[in-house]
Structure formats: C-alpha cells, structure tokens
Ligand binder design. Structure first.
Ligand SMILES: Cc1cc2nc3c(=O)[nH]c(=O)nc-3n(C[C@H](O)[C@H](O)[C@H](O)COP(=O)(O)OP(=O)(O)OC[C@H]3O[C@@H](n4cnc5c(N)ncnc54)[C@H](O)[C@@H]3O)c2cc1C
Ligand code: SF4
Length: 325
C-alpha cells in the first residue's frame, strides 16, 4: 500500500472542503482499503467521514430515510426497514458477509467499485482502471460480466445488491457539495460505461452522499429480492431481481422490477413492469413480461447463459412476491 494522509474532519463542511481539494471520502473502507492494498486505487489523501452525523434511519410520513453512514447490518435489522421496505432488508442480507455488513456503509455500497478480476490485475488491459488500455474481459473470462448496457470499452456489472432494490423502489438521494445540496433518483447516480468507463457515477467533485429516501409504496410486503449465484452466501450475483407488486382485486395494479448481475448499472425494467400491469398474477403473465427483459442484450462467449437465466430469475421472483400474503 502506498503512503497516504488521513484527515478526520469534525464537520460536514470541513469534510466537503477537503474532498473538493482532492481528498477521497472513506467510510467502512471495505472497498477502498482493499483496492489501496492492491494499488488499484492510489489516493494521496483520505477524509474519514465516520464522525459525521449521517448514520440515522428515520420515517418521515410514508418515506423511509436512511443515512449514508448507516451500516448494512444496521439497516437490514431495523424494524422500520423490515416493516416498510422488506425488499431493502432482504437485498442487504443477501450481500457480502456478516463481518462486512457490520463495517460497510450504505453510501459506500452504492459507490463500490466493480468486481471484474481484470480491474484488479495491474498487468491486464482495463479501460476503467487505466483509460485507453483496452478491456481484457471482452476476449477473456467473462462469465460474470454484463449483457445489458455494455460498450466496446467495458462490460463489468455493477456489483451492489441493495442498489438494485433502491432503483426498483424509485429511491432518491440527497447529496451535499461545495455548491450546495441537490436530490436526484438513485438510478441517476450510475453512468453507462460508453467510451469513458472510468467515469462511474454522476457526483460532482467533493459531493458527499448524505441520505437515501425510499418513498412509501402500495405493494406492502409483496416485494422480494432473489439472488442467483455460484454459492449460497458470500458471493456476488450472477443474476438478481428486485420485484414489488401491488395487487388489488386479483389484478396487478403496479409493478416495480430491477435486476442485478446483468447490467453495467442496476437495471430497471420498465418494459416488463408495463407488461405486468392489468394482468392476473399468474405464471403465464410473469413469463410473458420476463421475456422482454433481454431486449438489447449483448452476450459474450462465457455469459450467454444469462440470457436464459435472467427471465427465469424474474419469473421466480415474481412468483415469490405474488405468494406473499
Ligand atoms: C469479499 C467481499 C464481498 C462482498 N460482497 C458483496 C455482495 O454480495 N453484495 C454487495 O452489495 N456488496 C458486496 N460487497 C461490497 C461491500 O458491500 C462494499 O465494500 C461496502 O458496502 C462499501 O461500503 P464502505 O462503507 O466500506 O465503503 P468505502 O470502502 O469506505 O468507500 C467506497 C467508496 O465510496 C465512497 N464513499 C463512501 N461513502 C461516501 C459518501 N457518503 N459520499 C460519497 N462517497 C462516499 C468512497 O470514497 C469510496 O470511493 C462485498 C465486499 C467484499 C470485500
Ligand atoms: S470489463 Fe471493465 S473493469 Fe473489466 S477489464 Fe474491461 S474495462 Fe476493465
């Protein structure tokens, strides 16, 4: 690991000023320190934000508001999260390990870096790590890579589980930077790789994620997160699906659907949602909607299986959500 300076500001303003002048925020450190050890990330200055008052979880009207420094484990165990947004609790429990979830923050989770193995191999071409050096994954081992939203420059998936649930639920985030505060949908945090895969998010220099707001929904407990992976725990998704259904009079009135493990960012499937509305929650309707999920997919040599696994995962997740009383 290369030497660095660690700053410990006592106020949000001081933290933002430090970041605006080139320092990097650090929360749980479970992504950043890992990558610094491997010298993939080489920040010269870090700003420890753990003393800032951003760890709370509260209910405002029907909305759930989660501080950026709330730990994954704390959010998953929170009674209000479990009552109002069980989909979020479920997606968090499916991620990482108990030890990591105790350390890892919600803000850091959204901004975690990709798990593409070539990103961590300093002698491999990787446009995300070293712009212009190529993408070793396109001709290499790409079973875990994306089939949606890819470009000729990068095919890495976004690895977060809870981001998929947040995007499905139309969550927004509040950020503060040198020029003040703004709020926007969590979905808009994530960039497509295009020809600049090293630019992963839409935060401006120095902007700090303050909190995440999840609006109340009429789907109640009919919301499930299904994660398909190579082993049952401590593994990233091959395909995952976050679904939420509002069913009245035996008919789907509203549907929310986003998927992970297949897109270069958490992938909302509005075409599938539209296809579900007005239908009875039955397998045929689920299959018809799920078939739309692979529109525009660009599979490669090793990840072709995701074209079949994606609709199957969606159908199973919809069945699970439909079964909930
Ligand atoms: C072995 C392993 C397995 C894992 N498995 C999973 C999994 O299955 N599913 C899953 O979703 N995740 C998984 N993770 C990822 C884990 O959830 C993330 O590492 C963690 O959530 C990052 O949070 P952190 O607080 O440690 O972030 P840090 O490492 O502290 O920071 C990560 C990034 O976010 C930035 N940042 C942090 N907080 C803020 C903020 N408030 N505002 C602006 N920028 C900020 C930092 O500057 C840094 O760039 C795994 C990680 C490991 C190591
Ligand atoms: S897929 Fe993206 S992260 Fe992986 S090697 Fe290619 S450019 Fe790098």
């Amino acid at each position: 690991m290369l030497p660095f300076v660690l700053e410990k500001p006592q106020s949000t303003e001081d933290a933002i000023a430090a970041a605006a002048s080139g320092a990097r925020y650090i929360a749980g450190g479970t992504t950043l320190v890992d990558l610094m050890r491997e010298e993939v990330e080489r920040p010269e200055r870090l700003v420890d934000i753990n003393k800032l008052p951003l760890g709370g979880i509260r209910v405002e009207g029907e909305d759930l508001v989660i501080g950026a420094l709330a730990r994954m484990a704390m959010v998953a165990a929170d009674p209000n999260v479990q009552r109002l947004q069980p989909l979020i609790a479920e997606s968090l429990i499916e991620g990482a390990s108990p030890q990591l979830r105790n350390m890892a923050s919600m803000g850091g989770n959204l901004l975690q870096r990709v798990r593409c193995p070539y990103f961590r191999m300093l002698d491999a071409g990787c446009n995300k790590r070293t712009p212009g050096s190529g993408c070793a994954a396109i001709e290499g081992l790409n079973a875990g890579h994306a089939i949606l939203g890819t470009s000729d420059h990068c095919i890495a998936t976004h690895p977060s589980d809870v981001a998929v649930a947040l995007v499905a639920l139309d969550a927004t985030m509040r950020v503060r930077g040198p020029k003040g505060e703004r709020s926007f949908p969590v979905e808009e945090l994530f960039r497509l790789p295009g020809d600049t895969p090293h630019l992963e998010h839409t935060l401006l220099p120095g902007e700090l994620i303050m909190e995440i707001r999840v609006p109340g929904g009429s789907y109640g407990s009919r919301a499930r997160y299904l994660k398909v992976r190579d082993r049952a725990s401590y593994e990233f998704a091959l395909v995952s699906a976050a679904v939420a259904l509002s069913i009245e009079g035996g008919v789907i009135r509203q549907a929310r659907l986003a998927v992970g493990g297949v897109g270069t960012r958490p992938w909302r499937l509005r075409n599938c949602e539209t296809a579900l509305v007005g239908k009875r929650p039955q397998r045929q309707a689920f299959e018809d909607a799920a078939q739309l999920s692979t529109q525009g997919a660009r599979p490669l040599h090793h990840n072709q299986f995701k074209v079949e696994l994606l609709p199957r995962t969606i159908v199973r997740a919809l069945e699970m959500a439909g079964e909930v009383a």
